[in-house]
Design a binder for this molecule. Structure first.
Ligand SMILES: [Zn+2]
Length: 493
């Protein structure tokens, strides 16, 4: 049975607010009917929506790292946060802790493309959150031209003084050390251990591997800051020589796909089947004579001596091999175009499905009609005080609705353009390989000389034409230990 915690929030800034008791009742009913056990309840009272000072919310996020429950159950998603960016950030933290967010009253789409879209939108928010409106964008550009720091997460190694980014010499030393070590071939994990041993931390904790990987890719350390098509060399002072950065970038590019998760996660867990005996292929850990830990994938049938002789494969090799091929396939123009158009359509659907906006628009139309009816009555000589009062009421209501509609629209108006979606798709292919594998691949049947990759259908409903992903079918050959492995790609219907 799955477990959940409830998060409820009552904000005093809305009159139609559901009470805490009401929220809890709905959530508990939802849990009962979905066979979910509630293990804890977090409540914030009378805080405004824009104020992030919500002690129980923070506590809930913190507690999620203990990985003791599966879901956070909410009355409505807006309990979580009214700020999309903030919501994405918190949702990502929870997801990293294996926790999903459920709304008891709203449908949250969970189809593969919605998951990809969500992660892309998250990425989008992370990268472009600072430019939600043209105005902000323009202001920031002006600011950049002056060499001013425009806010956001500040890169390790720098600090801000009088609106300018300056080198934090103590931290810059660590940055140089990290790059030099990596250039010499030291593993990120070992670099972190060395830093920790020296007492060098990031925000009081040992560096995370992802942080180091992000640092290794960050051109700002050479003094160059690219923003869209503009290049600014007056914002970040140089910490590293260009040659060292280039050397490291080249090195890290060679092992980038999904690396950050490969250290601890078995990328292909539950996806592999032995082509000879049909048993699952599972992850194993062994130790070489010198004591070095090696990880590999082994047929369970062979492990239990059913006579199968399927060769074991090194974890890193197989994962890189699969990821490389998935990324290659999904990067091809035809596949890419199809995915982008599916994602753009999905985005439109999400926006049109905005129930609040629909309700407000309907109410607005009704109000307009009522006003024009009264206008007609007045024209026909009916000008009593009651009629005039009613008229004023309606005008006021119309104004309020207009405002509410504008707010609703602004929340969904920052839609991702096709160009941006394309950029994010490419980026997701590089950085979210784990996510892609999990979502897109249904099964991989493994032989010694070939593998058959079966993809999930990215689109479950819709006309036949849009469900035609036959271009997924592809045969690829890649060498392994001098042999060529044939790859067949098929597609689950
Ligand atoms: Zn087998």
């Amino acid at each position: 049975m799955k477990t959940a915690v409830i998060y409820a929030r009552y904000s005093s800034d809305s009159q139609s607010e559901q009470s805490i008791d009401g929220q809890l009742r709905v959530c508990n009913e939802y849990a009962r009917s979905h066979d979910i056990t509630i293990v804890n309840t977090y409540i914030d009272r009378a805080m405004t929506g824009t104020n992030d000072n919500r002690p129980d919310f923070q506590r809930m996020i913190k507690d999620s790292s203990r990985k003791e429950w599966d879901y956070v159950l909410l009355y409505k998603l807006d309990r979580f946060s009214r700020n999309k960016y903030e919501m994405a950030v918190h949702k990502k933290t929870l997801r990293d802790n294996g926790v999903r967010v459920i709304s008891a009253t709203e449908y949250i789409p969970d189809s593969p493309e919605a998951i990809i879209l969500e992660s892309m939108l998250e990425g989008y928010a992370e990268y472009y959150s600072a430019e939600l409106s043209q105005k902000v964008k323009r202001g920031m550009k002006e600011s950049r031209l002056k060499g001013n720091y425009t806010g956001g997460h500040l890169l390790y190694g720098y600090k801000v003084e009088n609106h300018k980014v300056v080198v934090d010499e103590e931290k810059a030393k660590a940055v140089r050390y990290i790059f030099e070590q990596y250039a010499m071939g030291v593993y990120v994990k070992d670099i972190i251990s060395a830093l920790t041993a020296k007492g060098i931390f990031n925000k009081g904790k040992p560096f995370a591997e992802t942080t180091i990987h992000n640092m290794l890719r960050n051109e700002k350390y050479t003094g160059v800051y690219r923003y869209k098509d503009d290049v600014f060399d007056n914002i970040f002072p140089q910490i590293l020589p260009k040659e060292l950065y280039e050397k490291v970038r080249h090195k890290s590019e060679l092992n980038r796909y999904g690396r950050r998760s490969i250290e601890t996660v078995y990328l292909l867990r539950n996806k592999l089947v032995c082509g000879y005996c049909g048993c699952p292929i599972s992850a194993e850990t062994g130790t070489e004579k010198v004591g070095k830990v090696i990880r590999y994938y082994k047929c369970l049938g062979r492990k239990h001596r059913n006579g199968c002789t399927k060769a074991t494969l090194r974890k890193e090799f197989l994962e890189d091999f699969v990821v490389d091929n998935v990324v290659k396939l999904l990067s091809e123009k035809q596949t890419c175009d199809k995915m982008i158009s599916a994602l753009m359509q999905k985005q439109e659907d999400i926006i049109t499905d905005n129930a609040d906006l629909q309700r407000l628009t309907k109410e607005y139309k009704t109000t307009e009609l009522q006003i024009s009816n009264i206008m007609a009555a007045i024209e026909n000589g009916g000008t009593s005080a009651t009629v005039m009062n009613r008229m004023r009421e309606l005008e006021q209501k119309k104004k309020e609705l207009e405002k509410a509609i504008t707010i609703q629209k602004s929340q969904t108006a920052d839609r991702v353009t096709e160009k941006e979606m394309r950029a994010f798709y490419q980026e997701a292919l590089e950085l979210e390989a784990y996510l892609l594998i999990n979502v897109l691949i249904k099964q991989i049947t493994l032989y010694d000389d070939k593998m058959i990759i079966t993809y999930n259908s990215p689109i479950k409903e819709g006309p036949d034409e849009s469900r035609d992903f036959s271009f997924y079918q592809k045969t690829l050959n890649m060498p392994y230990k001098g042999k060529k492995i044939k790859i067949e790609v098929t597609f689950a219907v």
